[in-house]
Design a protein around this ligand. Sequence first.
Ligand code: ATP
Length: 274
Amino acid sequence: KSPAILLEKESSEVTFADVAGLEEAKVEVQEIVDFLKKPNAFTKLGAKIPKGVILVGPPGTGKTLLAKAVAGEAQVPFFSISGAAFVEMFVGVGASRVRDLFQQAKGKAPCIIFIDEIDAIGRSRGKGALLNGSNDERESTLNQLLTEMDGFGTNTGVIVLAATNRADMLDPALVRPGRFDRHVYLELPNLVERSAIFRVHTAPLTMAGNIDLKILAAQTPGFSGADIANICNEAALIAARRKAASITMTDFDEAIDRIVAGLEKKSKIISVEE
Ligand code: ATP
């Protein structure tokens, strides 16, 4: 099997303008953009460029989006892989896949490697043994990842971004200096940020004149950026279904009701599982 199967190389066109809110997180990752663009400015002073940064935040808060925006802003290739895919899809080959991933990335430096759901590989050892018995698999994949992180020089131009919603679950070995020693926190959006996210996601839509993004933001406390993106698309679908010329506030209200119903159903399922 070619490693290309799992390496999805995208030239990211996402920029910081596509990421609404998250101002603090953007400031923190701006530094990575600068490293990737002008490594010499740092290395000539003897500064060591960080190798790994973990983006921590609840589901749908824009971790993947922000990682893509870093690549887009720096105009470097973006390699992405999900931690769950490492241990679930490639049983017995996780470690060699990690090696392939870094090999390919080094050939394309400067670039970003993005590991989504890093907790699937990097869960603290001994915590929550996997049901399918692939714990050894996970451990050898994790060890290979640690080896790769230690093996490449700080100034190779490869920066590994990883995402998790459970930083507390991570193996301490993973967050040691020289590995993923930086954490950037993403929170659920507040009222003003939700308004900004609505603005980004309604920009491409044909809307009626009465749409008030502030009201929509006020109606959606606790919603993530992903939920809001969903609402905007759902509202457009609802309007299209009734063959409307533009999307109205009523379409948004209906979309919000649907998403709320969906979220309630989901949380019921989760609480049954627990
Ligand atoms: P997960 O933990 O579930 O993987 P995530 O934090 O990686 O989620 P993303 O995949 O980045 O979340 O977000 C999903 C989608 O939600 C994005 O592609 C984007 O459309 C929208 N979105 C999320 N956060 C934002 C934001 N801050 N600004 C604009 N859009 C956002």
